[in-house]
Design a binder for this molecule. Structure first.
Ligand SMILES: Nc1ncnc2c1ncn2[C@@H]1O[C@H](COP(=O)(O)OP(=O)(O)OP(=O)(O)O)[C@@H](O)[C@H]1O
Length: 258
């Protein structure tokens, strides 16, 4: 479902003699099969957002190739939009001044979702994510937890095969977080939606992902099961301790090793 083959993305920053190249992602290769739920971890500045931007067609790779649902994300961005859903926990894709339900109608229009499919899907998602009490509320008045549920619904209205989540539980209280995780687990198990989850919340990873990939300085440093990830540290270490050890030595913005 997702194929990344020696993908790289660099940026030129600075001017004159201070001009230099930042290798945000280097020689990145992995595949994610249909129905997998994969965690994508890395310290700040590791290259996670750059990877997501390449997978969603926002940024073209400067080397290598990517395929999502069989499509080249940069060349087939419109076609890909129908196969992929994306949630950025830190910012909304909803219309700030419109009631939530109007945002959904706009998405139906933009994605050309059949009216009956849309109604069925929205009813189902509204039930699962408990949207009923704030469907008529303008997005700017929603609490963070409500807004996040709205954003997840918006990303799923066109029933995408792949869901890319960038910190979908950030800022949520323990109850909302548990509900969101439960929803995502069911979505993956019952609908077979392929999920790539980027998060700094290792609870998300522990509760949801069987497989974890870890990126550091733009390179894939680990790709294996959650159990294999734990086994990289001494017995009895928490996942946080194991991951912190793997992150050690990396700092945001430091040049990637050659
Ligand atoms: N448009 C850009 N121009 C220049 N450098 C960039 C650009 N986008 C990203 N970078 C650099 O590429 C590297 C990777 O950034 P990226 O945003 O992909 O990291 P990240 O893993 O998502 O970090 P975080 O967890 O902090 O969100 C960083 O050094 C960053 O400064």
């Amino acid at each position: 479902m997702i194929e990344v083959d020696r993908a790289g993305r660099s940026f030129t920053v600075g001017r004159g003699s201070a001009r230099r190249t930042v290798h945000a992602v280097r020689d990145l290769s992995f595949t994610v099969g249909a129905g997998e739920f994969v965690g994508y971890l890395g310290p700040n500045g590791a290259g996670k957002s750059t990877t997501i931007k390449m997978l969603t067609g926002v940024l073209a790779p400067t080397s290598g190739r990517l395929r999502v649902a069989g499509l080249d994300p940069t060349r087939r961005r419109t076609a890909l939009a129908r196969r992929i859903g994306v949630v950025f926990g830190q910012r909304t894709t909803l219309w700030w001044d419109l009631p939530l339900k109007d945002s959904f109608q706009l998405i139906r229009y933009l994605y050309k979702v059949d009216r009956i499919d849309f109604r069925r899907r929205l009813d189902e998602l509204a039930g699962l994510l408990d949207l009923g009490s704030f469907m008529d509320t303008p997005v700017r008045q929603l609490s963070l937890g409500q807004r996040m549920r709205g954003d997840v619904t918006a990303a799923l209205l066109h029933d995408p095969a792949v869901l890319v989540l960038d910190e979908p539980t950030i800022g949520l209280d323990v109850v909302s977080k548990a509900a969101m995780r439960d929803f995502l687990r069911r979505l993956n198990a019952e609908r077979g939606t392929t999920v790539l989850l980027t998060t700094h919340d290792l609870g998300d990873i522990e509760k949801l992902c069987r497989r974890v990939m870890l990126i550091d300085h733009g390179r894939l440093g680990f790709d294996g099961t959650l159990d294999e990830l734990r086994a990289t540290g001494p017995d009895g270490d928490s996942l946080e301790e194991v991951v912190a050890r793997l992150y050690t030595g990396s700092a945001p913005g430091t040049p990637a090793p050659p």
